[in-house]
Design a protein around this ligand. Structure first.
Ligand code: COA
Length: 339
């Protein structure tokens, strides 16, 4: 991120979409043995949104979130050069981004999916920033969207209480380096612990009779909650500190802490480790649960709609999740206009 940078990058607009159907903790307690008290105390979640019915998919949520972001700045979708859809619940394993590209009419954009679970938005944002910084592209749309309700075992109370469906989108544009908003990033992966959180492919018991070829299908989400919790609380603060250090900044410079919305206890524990006061934490997971790749852009969009974030505020964004993968992006917020 140092030598061949010729451009800065600004976030021009955000958008988000959630399904209209909500499921609160009392309703979940009629499906599995749990209670509002258990879920709220352990996670901070009160309710989550679910994409019910058989007519809609992650593509619909991603399309609405993207269209809302475009509308905010009256941007013609044909101006987009790049679309990255961060999702781990695609409607097509060959990729869903191209269908979003078609739906929003971004006829000039190359579009592809990026799979990195709850870190997907952070990785998607960093990926798009590289294309913009080098001058290859001028305008990019990064979407985080997931419908993990389709991949949850609704009789497993240890996981089904956590997740919800949503999409969030940001529009990025290259700019002069003076106006640069994306100050630095720090990314990590440790595949040694991929079994802590996964949607595994299960191979059938018997092969094709002539080909010795095994086929299969994906299983439900499986998770070691305790280990994931320990990983997040120990690694996320380190990533944030490394990123701050690269910029010669300190935790005192942080105006907003925007973490992946997995669990309120994780958010508070990370803030406490960094000595950041609770009133700097951006949190909306009480209403939506863990929406995976969507959680950060959804929370950002909501914080902006509530006028929380001011010009030049420093926002520390950190994602973490399956892989295991985690990382930080530090942003100086610019209230910018489409050029
Ligand atoms: N309702 C009621 N009881 C439940 C329950 C539920 N939904 N889920 C588990 N329990 C029970 C367990 O069976 C266990 O009972 P036991 O003591 O009789 O064996 C007890 O509650 C404690 O379970 P435990 O797994 O130790 O709870 P926990 O305090 O670790 O909390 C999580 C569980 C999932 C909330 C917590 O581990 C967590 O948030 N982890 C991180 C998960 C995450 O964020 N994943 C996504 C990352 S991107």
């Amino acid at each position: 991120m140092k030598s061949f940078i010729s451009q800065g990058v600004q976030i021009l607009a955000t958008g988000s979409a959630v399904p209209s159907v909500s499921l609160n903790n009392d309703q979940i307690s009629k499906i599995v043995e749990t209670s509002d008290d258990w879920i709220f105390t352990r996670t901070g979640i009160k309710e989550r949104r679910l994409l019910t019915g058989n007519q809609q998919s992650v593509i619909d949520l991603a399309t609405v979130a993207s269209a809302r972001a475009l509308d905010k700045i009256s941007m013609n979708p044909a101006q987009l050069d790049l679309i990255i859809l961060a999702t781990s619940s695609p409607n097509d394993l060959f990729g869903s981004a191209s269908q979003v590209q078609f739906e929003i009419g971004a006829i000039n954009a190359v579009a592809f999916d990026l799979t990195a679970a709850c870190s997907g938005f952070v990785l998607g944002l960093v990926t798009a920033v590289q294309y913009l910084r080098t001058g290859s592209y001028s305008n990019a749309l990064v979407i985080g969207a997931d419908v993990l309700s389709k991949w949850v075992n609704w009789s497993d109370r240890t996981t089904c209480i956590l997740f919800g469906d949503a999409a969030g989108a940001v529009i990025l544009q290259s700019c002069s380096t003076i106006d640069n908003s994306i100050l630095d990033f720090q990314l990590n992966t440790d595949g040694n612990y991929s079994n802590y959180l996964s949607i595994q492919y299960q191979i059938d018991d018997y092969p094709h009779p002539l080909l010795n070829l095994y086929q299969g299908s994906f299983k439900f989400i499986s998770m070691n909650g305790k280990e994931v919790y320990k990983f997040a609380v120990s690694q996320v603060p380190l990533s944030i500190l490394k990123c701050l250090n690269n910029l010669n900044m300190s935790v005192n410079d942080i105006d907003w802490l925007l973490l992946h919305q997995a669990n309120e206890r994780i958010l508070k524990a990370v803030a406490e480790k960094l000595s950041i006061s609770d009133n700097k934490i951006i949190a909306n997971l009480g209403k939506y649960g863990n929406t995976s790749a969507a959680s950060i852009p959804l929370a950002l969009d909501e914080a902006l709609a509530n006028n929380k974030i001011a010009n030049n505020d420093i926002i520390v964004i950190a994602g973490f999740g399956a892989g295991l993968t985690w990382g930080t992006i530090i942003i100086r917020w610019k209230s910018s206009q489409l050029k």
